[in-house]
Design a protein around this ligand. Structure first.
Ligand code: FAD
Length: 397
């Protein structure tokens, strides 16, 4: 029952648990990427223990089976307490888990899901240098062979932008098993052990000093046939289950975290002595109104989705709203912080609303691309939702 009283009891429980368990001073303590990864792993395991790591999983899992209203309370409280966002495990608990729940065999679920709760890290190996927005153009080849008496896919190719692949134990991998017919028809979905021979992971340096994502070179990597999810050549449909997790709860959580970070802008305004400056207050009010809209749009999207009422383009509206507000939010912080903020050391690992405004602003651009670029979202809204007709092919600016 989601009555107000039981939600408030849950809120009090989460708050009390966070008061006793939330890490303090974690940003300052994360001076290297290795420290960042260690602190992320510890916080994830702590959340599992507390029962707040996987509220979106089914009820048979410890801490699972929470209603949407309960999940919102948990996310709100995690944001309010300024806890670390689970960058290292979000592919595991969202992308991998939703793939398993929707498409995997009972054996695969029994094998992989408990390991996620023990801290096993997953990455997503979908994008390639020439296959991002047009993901179905991917070229990484997988050929089925018998090697050492075992049936395997032998995989060769290159992946890119795989978030946290340098720490991953396993990979959700899209490969091409056939070049016949439509591009989507020859794609197969595999689960690849990152310790397999032939996997070479190279972190990419980012503008703000982080190495959030990696290139992955695959040279004759052997993936057992039983590690395939769904049928051979039917991986495109499985990939939709993986990607759909990104379009819902992840964005709701991110929008809530941006709302939680509003206090940091208020702090900057006070520091600058502009509490009574009408222009500054108008700007602050305008941005926080947009932040609230982003939260409300994400909320409504998930509610509609759970009721089976999601329309084509709804997910694009959520994504586009969030990415545009995030950028303006970080820019306002950067401007209000003045020169001090602009010359601060920019390295901040894997977060978006840190209060290190230069890093946050640079990092905000990543969200105009990740999970489908803003231009692609606009195309989906215009062409498929508003039925405005397709843009002409091969037109030149
Ligand atoms: C922070 C971050 C994390 C990521 N994590 C992962 C991950 O873990 N695993 C993974 O597989 N991938 C990941 N990605 C990759 C991401 O999915 C791709 O970057 C994204 O799909 C865009 O593809 P692309 O980079 O190849 O750009 P392209 O598709 O080459 O696009 C280049 C430019 O052209 C525009 N464009 C492309 N097509 C059209 C069109 N039809 N109409 C108008 N404009 C168009 C785009 O908007 C963009 O501005 C991540 C990306 C980011 C930024």
């Amino acid at each position: 029952m989601d009555d107000t009283a039981s939600l408030e009891t849950l809120r009090a429980d989460v708050r009390a648990w966070l008061a006793a368990n939330a890490p303090h001073g974690w940003r300052e303590a994360e001076q290297t990427h290795a420290e960042f990864a260690a602190s992320q792993k510890a916080w994830f395991l702590k959340l599992v223990e507390g029962g707040f790591a996987i509220p979106h999983w089914p009820a048979e899992w410890p801490g699972g089976g929470r209603s949407l209203a309960e999940q919102k309370v948990i996310y709100e409280e995690l944001a309010r307490a300024d806890t670390p966002r689970l960058l290292l495990s979000f592919v595991s608990t969202y992308h991998a888990a939703s793939t398993f729940f929707e498409c995997a065999t009972p054996e695969q679920k029994a094998h992989y899901l408990p390991r996620i709760l023990q801290g096993e890290i997953w990455c997503q190996g979908f994008s390639e240098p020439n296959a991002g927005s047009d993901l179905a153009a991917l070229k990484t080849r997988a050929v089925r062979e018998v090697r050492d008496g075992r049936e395997v896919y032998v995989v060769s190719g290159q992946k890119i932008w795989s978030t946290m692949a340098q720490y991953a134990d396993q990979c959700l991998l899209l490969v091409r098993t056939s070049s016949e017919g439509a591009k989507q028809a020859g794609i197969t979905f595999l689960l690849m052990d990152m310790k397999s021979k032939g996997v070479d992971v190279r972190p990419i340096n980012q503008i703000q000093g982080d190495q959030e994502y990696c290139e992955m070179f695959l040279d004759e990597v052997e993936v057992p046939v039983e590690n395939r999810v769904g049928e051979e050549g039917k991986g495109w449909a499985v990939a939709q289950a993986t990607l759909s997790s990104e379009r819902g709860l992840t964005l709701m959580e991110l929008a809530y975290r941006m709302r939680g970070a509003g206090g940091r802008i208020a702090e900057l305004i006070r520091k600058a002595g502009k509490e009574n400056d009408p222009g500054t207050l108008a700007e602050f009010g305008a941005i926080m109104t947009r932040v609230e809209s982003a939260c409300a749009i994400a909320d409504r999207f998930i509610e509609n989705r759970l009721k089976g009422e999601e329309r084509v383009g709804d997910a694009s509206i959520v994504k586009l709203t969030y990415s545009r507000v995030l950028q303006d939010f970080a820019l306002l912080g950067l401007r209000l912080g003045g020169l001090d903020e602009q010359v601060r050391a920019p390295i901040v690992f894997g977060d978006l609303n840190t209060g290190n405004w230069m890093a946050d602003y640079m990092n905000s651009y990543a969200w105009t691309i990740a999970g489908g670029s803003d231009e692609v979202q606009r195309n989906i809204i215009a062409e498929r939702m508003l039925e405005m007709g397709r843009e002409p092919k091969n037109w030149v600016l």
